[in-house]
Design a protein around this ligand. Structure first.
Ligand code: BES
Ligand code: MN
Ligand code: ZN
Length: 535
């Protein structure tokens, strides 16, 4: 525990006290992973995981051994009764009764040739069963017949990465800040064990690479989730900047934290307008990653960092408002991605920009009817103070462009409308460049994070034309996600740009697959995949 977590702030006549808390609650990344064959000298594990395909259970199809004759019989018996059908994510826990050197076996349904997503899902389902068993040391059996199909398509490295991600991501849940801290269940040892085939040195190297990459990606997602789950009184714009500075220092990256005075000098009217209603001043955070100094190309990744969104004067209703602590989910995704990029050090350039503010109602808050002049010089009529994300993001895009970004991707919990359109199943996308969108789409497919493109017909832009200024900040309820996106796109200055609306995917009411209840850290892995595979 360190003193940096004790906050006592004196401001005007106000005194804020925030309790000391220990930040070591993050995911324990010291899980030991190994890869090899099953030897005779194998150590005893708490549990063993075996992925099973439907095909293996259909009588007469492939009646080959699964893991141990009596246990296999028991499993086939369950199949015959229709109790275990090896459906995706279906698990069956059996006691091994001394028939195998592990107390329990967890059978997990796995779709044959379902790709990385099905591996990630199966591993996540297994992880939840392990948590139930309090099994900290596990053996993961890799049946050659089953994995051959997956590996042929994916390659061993990707298969290893997907399994590692699924196991670790599913166990990373929100840590409540209680008086008596309860330990988050974490794995201690995971041994991937090839069944039936010999392990080549080449294979082992690929598996080790995949495991290492999986662990690293999970660290990025865990960072994003942890930040997003922080309550609004712990995560103000200044505190978010502090976390970004800590990360930048650790990774040895250049960082600018622009305060309200410097933001005024740089005419960031959107950021200052949204921030002016709160006693917690806004910040513009810029992190520079220069992996290829000779190149003129630079990715601009911009994340919405509203640390709490009350709606401002256009106040939100009380019900569910507490979820608005997640209105910096886009900022968290960008920070999580930069953390991994900073570790992997690819030969590319990235400019990460996080406009962060607290959207509050007060005597000095923005009002409907106000007109702002943005950093770009464009003017905006405020018709709804709850459409604040696009205002800070507009200045975020301009900041990225002035710092040299040549391709822009913004990530934002921008609209409630996106969940009306897509539910929690997909992130909505709006773009001005089909080519760039295709790259984002490919990256999202590799990451197993769904993205769905919405149309951006020029007619939609009419909805945000204003009589009082260049634009107005809301086009009304119809096509809300599209008009919100197009507002941001107005500030892209003809550079290729993709907008990702995570309003429905950044926060979940209940867990699913590898995503927990609360913050999901969605788009961290998509952003990494995007910039890693393209200059
Ligand atoms: N942060 C919200 C969007 C949001 C709402 C995300 C619920 C996730 C869950 C955003 O700032 C907002 O309030 N958007 C308005 C826009 C409208 C005023 C044009 C919305 O969606 O209602
Ligand atoms: Mn809002
Ligand atoms: Zn918002």
């Amino acid at each position: 525990m360190s003193l940096k977590n004790l906050l006592i702030i004196f401001e005007y006549d106000r005194f804020i006290y925030w309790f000391i808390h220990d930040e070591s609650g993050g995911l324990q990344m010291n899980v030991q992973f190994t890869y090899g064959v099953r030897g005779t000298d194998q150590s005893v594990a708490d549990a063993v995981i075996r992925f099973v395909s439907k095909k293996e259970l259909i009588p007469g199809e492939t009646a080959g051994p699964i893991m141990q004759p009596q246990i296999d019989d028991a499993l086939r018996g369950l199949y015959a009764k229709g109790l275990f059908k090896a459906e995706p994510e279906q698990t069956e826990i059996l006691s091994t009764l001394g028939l195998y050197p592990a107390a329990h076996v967890v059978f997990v349904g796995l779709e044959q040739e379902g790709g990385a997503t099905s591996l990630r899902l199966a591993a996540a389902a297994a992880a939840k069963a392990l948590k139930k068993l309090h099994a900290e040391t596990v053996q993961v059996l890799l049946p050659s017949a089953l994995l051959e199909g997956q590996e042929a398509e994916l390659g061993a490295e990707h298969a290893a990465q997907a399994l590692t991600e699924g196991l670790l991501l599913a166990l990373h849940v929100r840590q409540p800040l209680k008086r008596e801290p309860n330990e988050r269940f974490t794995l201690k040892e995971v041994a991937f064990v090839q069944q039936g085939t010999a392990v080549t040195a080449e294979d082992a190297a690929l598996w080790e690479q995949g495991i290492a990459k999986g662990k690293l990606y999970v660290e990025g997602v865990a960072l994003a989730r942890d930040l997003t789950n922080l309550p609004g009184n712990d995560l103000t714009p200044e505190r978010l900047a502090y976390h970004a500075e800590e990360m930048a220092r650790e990774l040895d990256l250049e960082i600018e934290v622009i305060d309200e005075w410097s933001a005024a000098e740089q005419r960031m009217g959107g950021l200052l307008g949204v921030g002016q209603g709160s006693i917690n001043p806004p910040r513009m955070i810029v992190i520079h990653y220069k992996g290829n100094p000779d190149s003129e190309e630079a990715w601009g990744l911009i994340g919405k960092g509203i640390t709490f969104d009350t709606g401002g004067i256009s106040l939100k209703r009380a019900e569910g408002m507490q979820e608005m602590i997640s209105d910096m989910g886009g900022a968290a995704a960008v920070l999580g991605a930069i953390r991994v990029i900073g570790e992997l050090k690819p030969a590319i350039n990235v400019i990460a920009v996080i406009p962060t503010a607290e959207n509050m109602p007060s005597d000095r808050a923005l009002k409907p009817g106000d007109v702002l002049r943005m950093m770009s010089g464009h003017t905006v009529e405020i018709v709804n103070t709850d459409a604040e994300g696009r205002l800070v993001l507009a200045d975020g895009l301009t900041t990225a462009i002035t710092r040299g970004a040549t391709r822009l991707v913004d990530v934002a919990t921008l609209t409630g409308a996106v969940s009306v359109a897509l539910g929690t199943q997909a992130t909505g996308a709006v773009t001005n460049n089909e080519e760039l969108f295709k790259l984002v789409q490919k990256a999202s497919a590799r990451a197993g994070e769904r993205i769905w493109q919405l149309p951006s017909y020029p007619e939609y832009k009419k909805q945000i034309m204003s009589d009082a200024a260049d634009l107005k900040n809301s086009g009304g309820r119809y096509a809300g996600t599209i008009t919100g996106g197009l507002f941001i796109g107005h500030f892209a200055e003809d550079l290729p740009w993709v907008h990702l609306d995570i309003g429905g995917t950044a926060w979940l009411e209940s867990s699913r697959g590898w995503e927990p209840k609360g913050a999901t850290g969605v788009m961290v892995r998509t952003l990494i995949e995007l910039v890693l595979h393209h200059e």
